[in-house]
Design a protein. Structure first.
Length: 72
């Protein structure tokens, strides 16, 4: 749960002082592995995204997307 959604649950105001950005990093060859594909599919599933949006405090436009790849 985000701090914003906890505050909303208790009827409190919330003023974000900073935001945090988290990335999941894996080696490019693993992107095709079934567990990684399942994780990405789950993260980008409309039900997961709608639940995060409903909770509030989460920015989800690129959740579950591969945003960059690099070659070693």
């Amino acid at each position: 749960m985000s701090a914003a959604s906890v505050a909303e649950t208790f009827g409190l105001g919330f003023l974000p002082l900073q935001s945090a950005h988290y990335d999941l990093v894996t080696l490019k060859p693993y992107l095709e592995d079934p567990p990684v594909q399942k994780l990405l599919a789950t993260l980008s599933h409309h039900r997961v995204l709608s639940q995060l949006e409903r909770l509030g405090g989460y920015d989800t436009p690129i959740t579950g997307e591969v945003i960059a790849t690099v070659t070693a």
